[in-house]
Design a protein around this ligand. Structure first.
Ligand code: SF4
Ligand code: SF4
Length: 272
């Protein structure tokens, strides 16, 4: 998936579901946004929902468990077609199940959480954990029940999220994914044990500092992301050549080519 399409996917996942709101959120031209929407539609990854809004349609994945008494996704997820905001129990959800089961929206039909699919063990039963994990096109989403907003930082959850996040980073290519934690209107991205607050739609460049910790820089545009990525590549080259390279701070986040002189100078300063 190219960067523009990825940006459109992230915008939709963040709640921009009309073409205008996608353009507003991404800064893309109408032509580019529409091309990306058409390409996603052609791949059957995007649909027009009943109210005329865009919705991502992840292919239904076979499940290995059954929901049982759980109905947490009917509370924590947003379902626009029934006017349901995040973290509010759906008006159709009862102790006996969904009262419009046969007519429930496409999003509800295609949804199955990562516990149901067998990606995590029994500790993650959503009703007990207060967390719904689910995969979208390019992300593992960790939707946390607002009644227990810090549950994801506790064990055994945090260590497992770090492990899943590292897997998503290291798997590479089209199978890589970001790990996003959503708690009410707060969003965090996990890079192993490093927590990135409020990641932007444009992406985050990062560099490993250890096995499971990272330095990161949040991009403010696609061009910015490209420059940050080029600098990361230069850091790798210098490390390969000289065995060491200083890694700029998180807030030094607007580099311009040529990157090498500034990196070598920073490395020299840090050695003095
Ligand atoms: S959160 Fe998962 S287990 Fe619970 S009802 Fe939804 S799909 Fe089923
Ligand atoms: S419509 Fe039914 S399945 Fe969908 S969120 Fe509401 S109760 Fe759950």
């Amino acid at each position: 998936m190219d960067q523009v399409t990825l940006l459109v996917v992230r915008a939709i996942e963040s709640g921009a579901t009309t073409t205008k709101s996608i353009i507003d959120a991404t800064g893309l031209s109408r032509l580019k946004a529409e091309r990306a929407l058409q390409s996603l539609e052609k791949q059957k990854l995007l649909f027009r929902e009943g109210q005329g809004s865009w919705a991502l349609g992840i292919p239904v994945t076979p499940t290995v468990r059954s929901c049982g008494s759980c109905s947490l996704c009917c509370k924590v997820l947003e379902v626009m077609d029934v006017g349901k905001p995040v973290n509010q129990v759906c008006k159709y959800s009862t102790s006996g199940g969904c009262t419009i089961y046969n007519e429930r929206p496409r999003m509800c039909r295609s949804f199955s959480c990562a516990w149901l699919q067998g990606h995590v063990d029994d500790d993650w039963f959503p009703e007990a954990a207060g967390i719904v994990l689910h995969f979208s096109l390019d992300a593992l989403n960790v939707q946390v029940d607002i009644e227990n907003p810090d549950r994801w930082r506790e064990e055994p959850y945090f260590s497992k999220l770090c492990e899943l996040s590292l897997r998503g980073i290291r798997v590479g290519g089209s199978r890589s994914y970001a790990t996003l934690v959503i708690v009410g209107d707060q969003k965090f991205m996990l890079l192993g044990r490093t927590i990135v607050p409020e990641p932007t739609l444009f992406g985050t460049a990062f560099f490993p500092l250890g096995n499971d910790t990272f330095r990161y820089w949040k991009a403010q545009s696609l061009e910015h992301l490209q420059r940050l990525g080029e600098r990361v590549a230069e850091i790798q080259r210098i490390q390969h050549e000289f065995g060491h390279c200083a890694v700029p701070d998180n807030d030094d986040d607007d580099p311009h080519a040529p990157y090498r002189p500034a990196l070598l100078e920073l490395t020299k300063q840090m050695r003095v």
